[in-house]
Every structure is written in structure tokens, then in C-alpha cells.
Ligand binder design. Structure first.
Ligand code: EZ4
Ligand code: CO
Length: 401
């Protein structure tokens, strides 16, 4: 059987930041590449792939993507969670890549074909002052971006999420600890958007990522206070665990809501989608089990007029960014795609990935994902331990986010 899996190789590499990559090779020599990067816990995924999952794949038929997905997801018995579903995503993406190469078709074609010429995308503008955030947003607008996420340093706090990180008193290989308080945050963000609208006008789409910092009533207040500035959406206003909290935001505001980067499966998304408590579902393909799970989430979202806005930060590799755009192009209820450019070393290790043209992302017509891994280059950039920041309140307690 040509499509029998004969080799599964996990690659952990750090070309500027850590990535967990996977290469699955079939008997015919056709191979696929995948990405299961889980920022800050990369080695947990790599071990799961290497020690638990790779032995299950050898000898399986690479053509049977859905069956392999179900086998790995159900087979662990314990259900997924971020570590196992990131590992599953790496496998799933590599298998879709193989299928595309075998069919000699780009993945968007296999997923149903283009519904649009490009994927509308956004990037991150940040600054330590309103002026700096505005200047950075303006630079992106001049480059053609039509949607920009805007974050700013909050006076009286330390290292606010998204505003650019100051040096780490705990040393660069330990987590940075933000100091954060809701009151100055809730006062500052509406003023930031008042400033942005007065400087940049109404044509540009703007929005903000709360990064799950608020209580339900605080989130409702922020969404209401931001209404005059017509945000594209308000991202991740609440923690992911308690879905019913989103009703409180809806009762008070017409600001569109986006949520999903911390969800790891379709069932977690479902209550928010079917009650229409969000407008954009923004899971991470590398954390929900790949293209197979994401296209199901997209399909159920279509029924409830929820649009996709897949997570696209720099801490997932160009392989997942390519998977995002292939799916975006084929999805009727696509909304927007997050995209942040990688450090240049990344292109030495991973070839391919989406291209930005005048506010939209496109992919080539190369078969499969259109990406490849240079294993020798990957070896030149060994893993370096790194953590995401944590958040403490003014009294020193760990913030509940
Ligand atoms: O902080 O992916 O919307 N994007 C985000 C990201 C997350 C990172 C965490 O690894 O919130 O930038
Ligand atoms: Co976010």
C-alpha cells in the first residue's frame, strides 16, 4: 500500500521561537508536514507525539484522516485537552498535506474550492502610549491592512498584555509577571478607541483583545462603553470555562464578540455558537486537533451565523498559518484571519506559508499545504525553554484569567 505510514518524525526547533513540527512519510515517499506548537509547554506535546502517538501511526493508512483522528482522540480514553489535541493537530495537518500532494491539488481545493480570492486579515498594533499605538496602527494601514487589533499599556500596571514586554526581573527563562488591575484598564480602553477613531477615522476596522481578564459585568461594561467606536469585535472578554457568563455581555451591548483561542474541541465551542453568544469563533487549528475539527466547528457555526476568525499568532508555525488560509478560502462563513509576521529565521526552517497582499492572505497552488521543513536548518536552532507571562493583581495574588 503506497499510503502506508512508514516514518513519523517530531521536530522541536527554535528559530526565534519554539515550534513543535511533525513529518509523516508514506511508503511511496510522499510526506506531509504538521504543527502542534503549544506555546510554553512545547515538550509535553513533543513527548506525546514521539512516545505515545508515533508508534500508533506506523503501518496505518495515511488516506484515512477521519478514522485516524477518531482513533487517536478516542483511543487515549482521557479525552484531549491542549497537549493531546495539539499533538493530534500535528498529525491531522500532516495527513491533509499528504492527501493534497497525492491528489496534486492545493488543500483549499480539496476542502471545497475557493469561495473568495483571499482571506481578509488583521495584525497587532501596540504601544506604551495612545500615540504610539496609533502610529503603529497607521503603519499597518499604510501597508494595506484593513483590520487592526489595538492594545496599549495601562497606566498604573506593569507589562499589560499585548502592549510590548519590558525586561523580565525574574530572568528571561522564567515567566514574566504582569501587574494588572481592572479599574484603570476599564477606564483606559474606551479612551484609546476614542483617540484611535479621531486620528484614523471610521473606515478602518479596529478591535481589541481583552485576553480573558474581566468578570462578566466588567466585560459587559467594556463592551457597552466601546459601542460608539464600532469595534470589528471584542476578543476573549471572559475566561473560557463558564459559557453562561457571555449572556451578561449580550444583555448589555451590541459590540460583536470573538472567542475561542483557549477552546480545544468542538463541544466547548458549541454552547456559545448555538445560543449566538458570540459573532466570531476563533479557535487555534494547532490546538483543536487540526483541520478535521476546525472544519466541523466552521460548519456548525455557519448554521448560527457565526463567522470564523482562526487564531494566528506568531507562536504557531507557518504550517498552521497555511492551514488557516486554506480553510479560510474554502469556508463560506469565514470572517477574518489573524496574522503576525514571523522573525526572519523562521523561513530558514519552514518554507512556504501565506503571502500578504493588500490586506488579504493568499496561498500558492502548490499541492497540499505548500510548506516544507528543512530538517538541517531546524537542528541549527535548538529548543530554548520559554514561558507565557502570568498575571498578578496589585495585592500580589494570581489573577483569575
Ligand atoms: O497571546 O498565542 O489573539 N492572540 C493572542 C495570542 C496569544 C498567544 C499565546 O501563546 O491572544 O497572541
Ligand atoms: Co487573543
Amino acid at each position: 500500500m503506497d499510503t502506508r505510514i512508514v516514518d513519523v518524525k517530531t521536530v522541536v526547533t527554535c528559530p526565534g521561537r519554539n515550534f513543535v513540527l511533525l513529518k509523516i512519510t508514506t511508503e511511496s515517499g510522499v510526506y506531509g508536514v504538521g504543527d502542534g506548537t503549544l506555546n510554553g509547554r512545547e515538550l509535553a506535546v513533543a513527548e506525546a507525539l514521539d512516545k505515545h502517538i508515533a508508534p500508533l501511526l506506523i503501518g496505518r493508512d495515511a488516506d484515512q484522516i477521519e478514522d485516524t483522528w477518531q482513533y487517536l482522540f478516542r483511543g487515549s480514553y482521557w479525552r484531549g485537552g491542549p497537549v493531546l489535541n495539539s499533538a493530534l493537530a500535528a498529525v491531522d495537518t500532516a495527513l491533509w498535506d499528504i492527501k493534497g500532494k497525492r491528489a496534486n491539488m492545493p488543500l483549499y481545493s480539496i476542502l471545497g474550492g475557493k469561495t473568495r480570492h483571499g482571506a481578509l486579515c488583521y495584525t497587532h498594533a501596540s504601544g506604551s502610549t495612545f500615540e504610539e499605538t496609533t502610529d503603529n496602527a497607521r503603519k499597518f494601514i499604510e501597508r494595506g491592512f484593513k483590520v487592526v487589533r489595538c492594545q496599549t499599556e495601562i497606566p498604573g500596571t506593569v507589562g499589560t498584555y499585548g502592549a510590548g514586554q519590558s525586561s523580565n526581573p525574574h530572568g528571561e527563562s522564567l515567566p514574566f509577571e504582569e501587574r494588572w488591575e481592572p479599574s484603570p484598564y476599564l477606564r483606559t480602553i474606551p479612551k484609546l478607541f476614542e483617540h484611535l477613531r479621531s486620528e484614523l477615522g471610521d473606515d478602518i476596522e479596529l478591535f481589541h483583545d481583552v485576553h480573558e481578564r474581566l468578570t462578566p459585568i466588567q466585560a459587559a461594561r467594556l463592551a457597552k462603553d466601546l459601542e460608539p467606536y464600532h469595534l470589528f469585535f471584542l476578543e476573549d472578554p471572559l475566561r473560557p470555562e463558564h459559557h453562561a457568563s457571555f449572556r451578561i455581555i449580550r444583555q448589555h451591548s451590541t459590540t460583536p464578540i470573538g472567542m475561542g483561542e483557549l477552546f480545544t474541541n468542538k463541544w466547548e465551542c458549541l454552547p456559545l455558537i448555538q445560543e449566538q453568544l458570540i459573532d466570531f469563533i476563533r479557535c487555534d487549528l494547532a490546538h483543536v486537533g487540526g483541520i478535521t475539527e476546525a472544519r466541523k466547528i466552521a460548519a456548525v457555526s455557519e448554521c448560527f451565523q457565526v463567522q470564523t476568525a482562526w487564531h494566528g499568532p506568531p507562536d504557531i508555525s507557518p504550517i498552521t498559518h497555511a492551514a488557516n488560509v486554506h480553510l479560510d478560502l474554502a469556508t463560506p462563513n469565514f470572517g477574518v484571519q489573524e496574522w503576525v509576521e514571523h522573525p526572519t529565521e523562521v523561513s530558514e526552517v519552514i518554507h512556504g506559508g501565506p503571502t500578504f497582499v493588500d490586506g488579504y492572505l493568499t496561498v500558492t497552488d502548490a499541492p497540499g499545504l505548500g510548506c516544507d521543513i528543512d530538517l538541517e536548518a531546524a537542528n541549527r536552532f535548538p529548543y530554548q525553554r520559554a514561558y507565557l507571562p502570568t498575571v498578578r493583581r496589585a495585592d500580589g495574588s494570581v489573577h483569575d484569567w
